[in-house]
Design a protein. Structure first.
Ligand SMILES: [Fe+2]
Length: 188
């Protein structure tokens, strides 16, 4: 597996996520800084939406002998990401904020980059990279929240558990597919 995009993206993610978190003061009496929580949650929302879009593309671009089963898997992952996005948007509103659905800002806010992938092996690899980033990202948010905002923390823990399942799923898929054989190419 080519780990270059993963490393680049993780570097970006870590830098940005940590900057965000350090900027927000957490005080003993007031709980987590609301502005920071909202900003971090909007990044998490963008991450989910970009992941949803990438899975949707992969669902429709899958060709070859694994097409039907893999497309169904991508569709299932897309549905999960959409669910996560909705839960995060709901929480943002509960906290008095506004979910940012601006198409222009999505790519800038998302932790994983939107990478299309040229064939089935690349698609699965990119999805796995993105899931790992989402896991990193959720972990950062959970650690930041600590005991300051238990409701948001529980939500992020639920999402984290699901992201781990999705990553596991992709890893199994990757193992099950013999890559780099022409008939397995998703895009000729
Ligand atoms: Fe997700």
């Amino acid at each position: 597996m080519n780990d270059k995009p993963f490393l680049t993206a993780v570097k970006t993610l870590r830098g940005r996520a940590r900057r965000q978190i350090r900027q927000g003061a957490v005080t003993a009496n007031c709980g987590a800084d609301r502005k920071t929580v909202l900003s971090v949650l909007n990044e998490a929302l963008a991450t989910e939406i970009v992941c949803f879009l990438r899975y949707r593309r992969h669902q429709f671009m899958t060709k070859g002998i694994y097409a039907r089963s893999v497309a169904a898997k991508f569709a299932q992952h897309a549905a999960e990401e959409q669910k996560h996005a909705d839960l995060i948007a709901e929480r943002i509103v509960q906290l008095g904020g506004e979910p940012d659905y601006s198409a222009l800002r999505l790519a800038l806010r998302s932790h994983p980059e939107y990478v299309e992938g040229g064939n089935l092996a690349e698609m699965i690899e990119e999805d796995l990279v993105a899931e790992r980033l989402a896991i990193e990202s959720c972990g950062e948010i959970i650690r930041y929240l600590g005991s300051q905002d238990p409701t948001t923390r529980r939500l992020m823990e639920t999402i984290l558990a699901k992201e781990e399942e999705l990553a596991e799923d992709l890893y199994s898929l990757m193992q099950g597919i013999t890559i780099r054989t022409p008939e397995h190419q998703a895009i000729a």
